[in-house]
Design a binder for this molecule. Structure first.
Ligand SMILES: *Cc1c(COP(=O)(O)O)cnc(C)c1O
Length: 451
């Protein structure tokens, strides 16, 4: 065991050391060579160290270097050293975090983390929280609580009786809601397309003046904190009071945007969001902990418990918080460990710096590209930049050439009818030098495209 773990640590360190010198996207050859990991399932046992060596030799080169400082695709954070190291320790613990009795440390670290998170994310202190795999499941979990609560108000027990024959729920979303939110609505039996969509403005924000009349209950309104393209926030301060007056539930998909609350110069963006009823976010995005780490928060703790407890009655007060009473899964790893470690180690100042720094780099990208004559299509309020390098074909060619070059990685989108390259700065590992190198490469490739 000792030798094997030491070898794994050595490979991991070697991997991380070499990350800055390799292409951000793996080469086609490295992907081809993954076939070395296949073949028939061996009949005989072999040494674990041989398996580990094989994985490092063929697996490591076929990774995307998203753990490095020059990956700007999708909205993908890195992994803080403290999160990686505590993840190793927690894997050695091999805890089943479903119940307190199976892992006191897992349960307690979740509870501490949730309290700290409510403080830094500016959420109501009475919120119940759930540790889940990611933003998708965080939205699922929070919206399951919403579904419970809005139906309970009209006398329907959805956990017991299901949705057949239930009073129909009106679900309101913006036209730029994240695609996974529609998937979640499908999983919950609320329907991917059985929604009322509200038009958005030129930054993808729901137009409060275009909300339908809230004259039907039950209703759930889904807002967004951090549009995955523009970084923009829906106007919660205008919508929450209207919604609550009408008796509707307001849910916020804040997969990355909710972290703006922790940064003094961005805090204004979350104004009014803490008036909502539930929130979803990703710790694997902006807190930069290891996968998979989503978080759901629900103001009405009993609504979450009702939706997630294994058995009724769920109302009994326990001595301890049972993690699985708040989350869809029972057996799972102790996800609270890395979140606790990241928050404990960063402190308020470190977290603020992480968010501020990445936002600052996004502004730097935008300013520099604009100065070179390229169009930045969004208001860069957070960590997201949408840039066009001319017509659709030129932009697509620049993106393809940039990805092939390997210095950095950005993806393409079609956003509000425009082909754009999206730059998302979400990693602790990105440095001033990474930004400078990436910008120089973008400008060189875009200039070649111009001629
Ligand atoms: C990333 C993201 C999601 C989905 O989160 P996963 O962790 O990938 O499941 C949902 N909504 C928004 C706004 C996101 O940025």
């Amino acid at each position: 065991m000792d030798n094997l773990l030491q070898t794994a640590a050595m490979y991991a360190q070697e991997y991380l050391r070499e990350l800055g010198g390799r292409s951000v996207a793996p080469s086609a050859g490295a992907i081809d060579r993954l076939s070395a990991l296949g073949g028939p399932l061996p009949d005989a046992a072999s040494s674990p160290s041989e398996t580990l060596a094989l994985l490092h030799e063929f697996g490591s080169p076929a990774t995307v270097a998203s753990a490095g400082g020059r990956y700007f695709g999708f909205v993908i954070g890195g992994c803080l050293p403290v999160a990686l190291a505590t993840n190793w320790l927690a894997d050695a613990w091999d805890q089943n975090a479903g119940y307190f009795v199976r892992s006191p440390v897992g349960a307690v670290l979740e509870e501490i983390s949730l309290r700290w998170l409510c403080e830094v994310l500016d959420l109501p202190a009475q919120c119940a929280g759930a540790f889940v795999t990611g933003g998708t499941m965080a939205n699922f979990t929070a919206l399951a609580a919403a579904r419970h609560a809005v139906l309970a108000r009209v006398g329907w027990d959805v956990e017991r009786d299901g949705l057949f024959g239930a009073p129909p729920i009106t679900v309101i979303v913006g036209t730029e809601a994240h695609p996974t939110l529609r998937k979640v609505l499908g999983l919950l039996g609320l329907g991917r397309d059985r929604v009322v969509t509200v038009p958005v403005d030129d930054q993808g924000r729901i137009r409060a003046d275009a909300l339908p009349p809230l004259d039907w209950q039950p209703t759930i309104i889904c807002l967004q904190a951090g549009n995955a393209n523009t970084g923009a926030f829906d106007p919660a301060d205008a919508i929450c009071p209207l919604a609550h007056e009408a008796g509707a539930w307001v849910h916020v998909d804040g997969a990355f945007g909710l972290w703006a609350a922790a940064a003094p110069t961005r805090k204004h963006l979350v104004h009014g969001l803490n008036e909502a009823d539930s929130w979803a976010t990703d710790a694997h995005k902006w807190l930069n902990v290891s996968y998979d780490s989503g978080l759901a928060f629900v103001r009405d703790a009993e609504a979450l418990r009702a939706a997630m407890s294994v058995s009724a009655p769920y109302l009994s007060q326990d001595e301890v918080r049972e993690p699985s009473f708040f989350t869809p899964e029972t057996s799972r790893r102790a996800r609270g460990v890395e979140v606790w470690a990241a928050l404990r180690s960063l402190g308020r100042a470190g977290l603020a710096d992480l968010i501020e720094r990445t936002c600052h780099y996004a502004t730097q990208f935008a300013d520099c590209l604009r100065a070179a004559g390229y169009a930045v299509l969004n208001d860069v309020v957070l960590n997201q930049v949408l840039v066009s390098f001319g017509d659709a074909e030129s932009t697509q060619r620049v993106i393809a050439a940039l990805q092939a070059d390997g210095t950095c990685w950005c993806g393409g989108r079609n956003w509000q009818g425009h082909e754009v390259m999206r730059i998302s700065v979400s990693s602790w590992a990105t440095t001033e030098e990474d930004v400078a190198r990436s910008l120089a490469t973008m400008l060189r490739i875009a200039a070649q495209e111009r001629h």
